[in-house]
Design a protein around this ligand. Structure first.
Ligand code: ARG
Length: 571
């Protein structure tokens, strides 16, 4: 389906052309003052200088030749040269009806079927998941679903941290504690060992050196270390999958940094052939500084002086793997802002070595940290680092507390419902703000039943469910009129959903979808408040209203699904 803005633009482009102006001036956009008009064309202002004419004159000239058509209800030229456009109710209604029958619910599908690899989630083996991984999983999953919703192919790879020094630290500590008589490894033991070993390495340089050497040996394939490492990975993945499943994060691949290892010889070969691999203090590096850099960009370390591969090496070799396996048009990395320099080095090295076509886009979507209400990094009550599963439990408990006394939700469904509400609250609370901003983790705000929250949106869907339960007669979804002002606004918000999906993709910004879902929900609440749907005696009117409820629900569910949020039947 075409967007309303596109259909209107076509009409205005023809008119601009016929008046002798550049047709691109006919672009129509959604009004930024929906209280004044629904759409606007600002081409006359843009063209005034070029054509040395007053914008008002151009706007009047163009508007005068717009033919009578089924879309436009009213046109108004406003100083200094805006053209304000309002749709005919009949068209708006038909358009929304068409959205409901459309397989994609009015979301335009990309003509060029790009493939986009999303690198997100990014947990580390032997280290507990923390709130940073939460954001990566939430934002990455939403982007993945936005890509799919707009007709492109998304490939999600969790890119497990399983190849660096943390592995060597755990192996070294296991060796010091148990020698060759290793106990059966458990998640609890691993969770205890890593922080211990990490602290120890900061105080004990010999231990650090040992861990580094073990890391290098592991990477070279030492069978004994590899065996223990494999058990560590299996244990960690099992644990991580539980939390990520709870969060609704769906990865197509559970590759780790270690999977890139087999591409390292090829990488070295390419770098040597291109003559860009240099020796520096015993390490092999690639210079990536460029003229005009505002900060010093140090060379990318490919092989460290002790022979081990660095973090950048795994990322660069992974680009070779992704190019071979998926030939992606884009790779998006959903990783926090502290890794900005790392990705600059990785991307520049990959481009310099021509590991991907120069048309391919590599983007680091760097998100901010998760802070508490005090603006400081989020901690547990006793000041420790908050683990992801504890955080989820805290919010779900809060949701359960609210449901506990409710008569609407069946006792047996309360736990399950609380889980969905809690997760929705966290996800929406994160996604409503642009990802680049820090996320203030405020449970009370996230759980509020009014305002821009996941809870409010689930509540609106549950309300529609309740209306439909009381009126099971609608089988045919058919709008037959616009009976009130509130309805017109609601129809317009529904009609603009395609723009929101497209905007969310183009700007890589799930918050655009959150905002649109919220706008629909608010418009619905007003419509519901102003009209007595259930008691309405005019049969046609009632059927049209119930149809509208059905469409609103379908559209909200589509928005929420794309944001990775499940709805509940009752709450
Ligand atoms: N595992 C890393 C961490 O927790 C993040 C990995 C990000 N992705 C990547 N391709 N480097 O810090």
């Amino acid at each position: 389906m075409k967007l309303v803005t596109e259909l209107l633009s076509n009409i205005f482009k023809t008119a601009f052309y016929e008046c002798g102006y550049d047709e691109t001036l006919g672009q129509v956009v959604v009004s930024n003052r929906l209280d004044l008009c629904q759409f606007q064309c600002n081409g006359a202002l843009a063209g005034a200088k070029q054509y040395r004419k007053s914008p008002l004159l151009i706007a009047k000239e163009v508007s005068a030749i717009i033919p009578e058509n089924e879309m436009i209800g009213s046109l108004e030229v406003v100083a200094p040269g805006f053209i304000n456009i309002t749709l005919k109710d009949e068209f708006l209604m038909k358009y929304v009806q068409e959205i409901y029958s459309d397989k994609y619910m009015g979301v335009p599908q990309a003509e060029c079927k790009e493939t986009i690899v999303l690198d997100y989630g990014n947990p580390n083996v032997a280290k507990p998941l923390h709130v940073g991984h939460l954001r990566s999983a939430i934002i990455g999953e939403a982007l993945k679903r936005i890509i799919t919703a707009t007709g492109r192919t998304a490939i999600g790879d969790v890119h497990l941290g399983d190849w660096g020094l943390p592995m060597g630290l755990v192996l070294a500590e296991l060796e010091e504690r148990y020698g060759k008589d290793l106990p059966i490894l458990t998640t609890d033991l691993l969770n205890e060992i890593y922080p211990y070993a990490s602290k120890k390495s900061k105080e004990n340089l010999k231990f650090l050196e040992k861990a580094r050497n073990i890391t290098a040996k592991l990477q070279k394939g030492n069978p004994a270390y590899k065996e223990i490492w494999k058990t560590m990975i299996a244990l960690s993945i099992e644990d991580i999958k539980k939390t990520f499943t709870r969060l609704g994060a769906t990865f197509d691949y559970w590759y780790g940094e270690s999977d890139s290892s087999k591409y390292v010889p090829e990488l070295i070969e390419i770098l040597k052939n291109k003559d860009i691999l240099a020796e520096s203090e015993g390490a092999q590096v690639v210079e990536v500084a460029q003229e005009g850099d505002k900060h010093l960009i140090p060379p990318t370390i490919i092989i460290k002086s002790n022979g081990s591969e660095g973090y950048a090496t795994t990322d660069i070799a992974t680009i070779i793997q992704r190019q071979k396996d998926f030939a992606p048009d884009k790779i998006w990395y959903v990783v926090d802002f502290r890794q900005n320099l790392h990705f600059t080095q990785v991307f520049r090295t990959a481009q310099k070595a021509e590991l991907i076509p120069n048309t391919a886009e590599l983007t680091h979507l760097c998100f901010g940290t998760v802070n508490g209400k005090d603006g400081k990094p989020f901690k547990t009550r006793d000041g420790g680092v908050m683990q992801l599963s504890d955080l989820l439990d805290t919010v779900v408990e809060c949701a359960y507390e609210k449901l506990r006394l409710s008569d609407d939700v069946e006792e047996t469904l309360k736990k399950e419902t609380a889980e969905k509400i809690g997760i929705a609250a966290i996800k929406f609370g994160d996604l409503i703000n642009h990802y680049s901003k820090d996320c203030i983790f405020d449970i009370d705000k996230f759980m509020a039943s009014e305002g821009k929250t996941g809870v409010y949106l689930l509540y609106v869907v549950a309300r529609i469910n309740s209306i439909m339960r009381k009126n099971q007669e609608v089988c045919n979804v058919k709008l037959n009129g616009v009976y009130s002002e509130g309805e017109r606004d609601l129809l317009l918000k529904l009609a603009l959903s395609g723009n929101a999906f497209l905007g969310a993709y183009n700007e890589k910004s799930p918050n655009i979808l959150c905002e649109n879902a919220y706008q629909i929900a608010v418009a619905f609440s007003k419509f519901y408040h102003d009209n007595h749907i259930i008691g309405e005696t005019d049969k046609d009117k009632k059927l049209s209203w119930l149809s509208l409820c059905t469409i609103v629900k379908a559209m909200l569910v589509k928005h929420l699904y794309t944001l990775g949020i499940e709805t509940v039947e009752v709450m």
